[in-house]
Design a protein around this ligand. Sequence first.
Ligand code: ZN
Length: 140
Amino acid sequence: MIQYQKVTTKAKNQRKDFLHKKSNQITNDYHAIVVEDVNLSNLAQCLSLGKKLHDNGFGMFRTMLQYKSKKKGKYYIVADKYFASSKLCSECNHKKDKLKISERIYMCDNCGTKIDRDYNAGRNLKYYGIRILHEQSIIA
Ligand SMILES: [Zn+2]
């Protein structure tokens, strides 16, 4: 039991260490960080991940990104929870009515764009962040 506890504690520390390194790298390299306002409990249920998602430290990672951004004078932007990062086409802004979780490739019915689903969502979040920074006159 003590051995098991040692192993899990070590694994937890390694994961935390990794999250610290990654969040440091991101907050050093970028001026603005945009995250989605996802409800982690809903997401975990949706993906049937249960406790696993929390164990993976998603929430901890966001917290790290937030306070490190603040400390370094970077912008930490949380996209509105109704922002459809996955359903929007990052090329033409067309919005899909439906997008199944199993559709890993985003195919636009309007302009024919065919790109990785997560890459498309990431680009949409980037444009979202840029728009927010424009609106707040932080960038011209
Ligand atoms: Zn399109």
